[in-house]
Design a protein around this ligand. Structure first.
Ligand SMILES: [Zn+2]
Length: 413
């Protein structure tokens, strides 16, 4: 399995809108609705889900279920763009990390594993950035995704995001959700692989770093972490990255302390800590890492396999809020295209290799074969939900606002 690589940051070419009517909100809503409700012509049968027979008039008793099974099975892939409206920065949008900070360089897995100083820097920035993520809530687009799942318009979700918003909202029974790059809601021990709740870890960091805790409280008082607007937050002296950490030049990270894995501590003689349980530079075990896939780290084989199964089982693939600059996401869209499956893209700005996904698609198709739009998902998806519910006579329960705290129960799942 290839390791996570830094996505390339060169500008991507402007997209060709498809169909041309998708250059407006109304046109995009119509095209995306057609994409979701029209059965795929080139359905690839799989073992798990054989192609259903067409219902006849005599089978009226079973009409509803047969109708449901004739609907296309759409896989949704989401990226950072869908969480911008929750106040979380993306990479390449107008306020994105790569756009505003040309020198931004996230930590590599090998640095984190090999260097105590790198871990101090990482956890100090994460300590300050955590509160913002913890208080962030899923937005209109995440709720619309959950509702599309309830309506039967999408069958599975793969997300590149580590904010857990889809995991919080989506019904796991009807809308399985795969977090391709892991999640920030937990830490994981590099030695024993046990996972721990990130908020409990935050409380340990407060205990071990009283001066940093005071600084964090000052940031919270000044409002630097209050606003959900990345631009306002920057104006108040704090920059956050999509990884959930904070940019803070001129700070001595060497003073930051972080705890060892409680399970390994005392059981593994290689765990070196001070009198308070904070890791010291000589430790050879018990190091906790965020449960995200870092750059230079491999995606777990079971996650990679499951993602491919999601693609195989789908008739279509819809991409929302991702430029597919990360190879692990791009290759899934490529796989779907190679299988002859229609691809739709809703993303502001260009998408890596997107012309290749639309080869041979008539420009005047109504969206059912493919569509491409740059409209903001929060203005599109809720209306699409309503249209699909009207067409299919389904309705969904109102999905309430939830925060990351609600994800605690699923942290170990
Ligand atoms: Zn451990």
């Amino acid at each position: 399995m290839p390791v996570m690589r830094i996505p390339y940051t060169d500008p991507l070419p402007a997209p060709r809108i498809l169909p041309p009517s998708a250059s407006t909100v109304r046109g995009t809503i119509a095209a995306l609705t057609n994409f979701l409700v029209t059965p795929a012509r080139t359905s690839v049968p799989t073992q798990q889900t054989p192609s259903p027979p067409h219902p006849s008039a005599a089978e009226s008793n079973h009409a509803t279920s047969a109708l449901a099974s004739s609907r296309p099975r759409t896989l949704l892939l989401t990226g950072a763009g869908i969480s911008v409206a929750s106040g979380l920065a993306d990479y390449r949008g107008s306020s994105g990390t790569y756009t505003l900070n040309k020198t931004y360089r996230p930590i590599y897995f090998s640095e984190f594993v090999g260097s105590h100083a790198s871990r101090q820097r990482y956890w100090a920035r994460s300590f300050l950035g955590w509160e913002n993520l913890r208080r962030a809530k899923p937005n209109t687009s995440h709720r619309a995704v959950a509702a599309l799942g309830q309506a039967g318009a999408i069958q599975s979700v793969i997300t590149q995001n580590v904010d857990s918003f889809h995991k919080i909202l989506n019904d796991p029974a009807s809308l399985p959700t795969l977090e391709l790059h892991g999640y920030l809601r937990a830490t994981v021990c590099l030695t024993c692989r046990k996972e721990y709740d990130r908020q409990a870890f935050q409380e340990r960091l407060c205990e071990l770093n009283p001066a940093w805790h005071t600084f964090l409280q000052e940031c919270l008082r000044s409002g630097a972490l209050d606003t959900e607007n990345p631009i306002e937050r920057r104006e108040r002296g704090l920059k956050t990255n999509p990884d959930g950490d904070v940019d803070l030049p001129g700070v001595d990270y060497a003073t930051f302390r972080y705890p060892a894995c409680p399970s390994c501590l005392g059981k593994d003689a290689r765990v070196d800590v001070d009198q308070d349980g904070a890791v010291v530079p000589t430790t050879k075990a018990g190091v906790l890492k965020p449960a995200v896939v870092m750059f230079g780290e491999s995606i777990p084989p079971e996650v990679k396999t499951r993602a491919e199964e999601f693609v195989d089982a789908a008739d279509k693939m819809l991409i929302v809020g991702s430029s597919l600059a990360t190879y692990s996401a791009w290759r899934l869209a490529k796989k779907a295209t190679d299988q002859g499956k229609p691809v739709g893209i809703l993303n502001m700005g260009g998408v890596r290799g997107e012309e290749g996904f639309f080869e041979g698609v008539p420009r005047d198709n109504d969206g059912s074969l493919a569509f491409r739009s740059q409209e903001a998902s929060e203005f599109i998806l809720p209306e699409v939900v309503e249209r699909v519910q009207k067409m299919w006579g389904t309705s969904s329960d109102k999905v309430a606002d939830k925060t990351l705290d609600d994800a605690k129960a699923s942290a170990s799942s």
